[in-house]
Design a protein around this ligand. Structure first.
Ligand code: ADP
Ligand code: MG
Length: 280
């Protein structure tokens, strides 16, 4: 079966800038993948190639088996651009109606109402974009990407302007979409919501994937810390599975055990290690 979205050995050069240096990445059907990395890592370039807005220098990009940018590929896609701007004088409902026309959606008013509800903008249907907070506009942008119920959703920094409550709305929405089988590629430099919701993440740095795996795989165990009457000792390489045995051994050896702690590096630790000291 074709991947929902896949890029193979993807390279992109803008003049002397090598934005992508041979990236392989796939999003399977029903999978939610997070593409992480600091500003300038190449995340937007990758998704712009995948949605057909930018031409690759070398390599391939496909959406549900169709060449990126082809009519067949575009028909499967919903896309939220990183720096989008809707006309300020349009109401939320008019923005969605405009995009329904652009995508030939036949969903009508019922689809617009349903989408505004899903992004918690049901009460803002007649509100003009000018009168919306950046967070509301971003949620409207996500609703726009969902028009026509695309199989593959590409969201470039969908939570960058959102406060924690808005991020939660998006996280719940993403979980709901996944439960309905949608495939999602999500760009972000914010780790919190990605960690909670993605099946897999790839960390991009200077045009290369430097780490990839499930959030759990990237949150590696770092040992077990044992506090006894002899002091604090870290058993490198030990995991949660070893904790009970280590306590029992210490007790058997006549030690008093005051505490035991399983140490893990978070996805954030892994991210910072992978991208080095680059600040996004
Ligand atoms: N249209 C463009 N022309 C020239 N350079 C570009 C263009 N778009 C992006 N770049 C450069 O490509 C690199 C990757 O950018 P981008 O894909 O936007 O990264 P990210 O989305 O991870 O912040 C950066 O060095 C950026 O300056
Ligand atoms: Mg970007």
């Amino acid at each position: 079966m074709a991947h929902a979205l896949a890029v193979h050995a993807l390279e992109k050069r803008y003049g002397s800038v090598e934005a992508l240096k041979g990236v392989d990445l796939a999003v399977e059907e029903g999978e939610l993948v997070g593409l992480l990395g600091p500003n300038g890592a190449g995340k937007s370039t990758l998704v712009k190639i995948a949605v057909g807005l930018v031409r690759a220098t070398r390599g391939r990009a496909e959406v549900v088996g169709a060449r990126a940018g082809s009519r067949a590929a575009r028909a499967e896609l919903g896309y939220l651009a990183e720096l989008f701007r809707f006309p300020g004088w349009y109401t939320a409902d008019e923005v969605l109606a405009l995009h329904q026309r652009l995508t030939h959606s036949t969903g009508g008013a019922a689809e617009r109402k349903r989408l505004l509800e899903r992004v918690a903008l049901a009460d803002a249907s007649d509100r003009r974009v000018d009168g919306m907070s950046k967070g509301m506009q971003q949620r409207l942008g996500i609703a726009q990407a969902l028009i026509g119920s695309p199989r593959v959703l590409v969201l470039d920094e969908p939570t960058s302007a959102l406060d924690p409550a808005g991020r939660r709305v998006v996280r719940v929405l993403l979980e709901e979409l996944r439960s309905h089988g949608a495939s999602v590629l999500l760009n972000s430099h914010l780790l919190s919501e990605i960690e909670l919701v993605c099946d897999r993440v790839a960390i991009l740095r200077a045009g290369e994937v430097v780490a990839a795996g499930s959030p759990a795989e990237l949150s590696r165990p770092r040992g077990v810390e044992l506090e006894t009457d002899e002091g604090v000792r870290t058993v490198e390489g030990a995991t949660r599975e070893d904790a009970a045995r280590l306590v029992a051994e210490a007790v058997a050896a006549g030690r008093r055990v005051y505490g035991v702690r399983v140490l893990t590096s978070t996805l954030e630790d892994t991210y910072l290690e992978a991208v080095g000291d680059e600040v996004s």
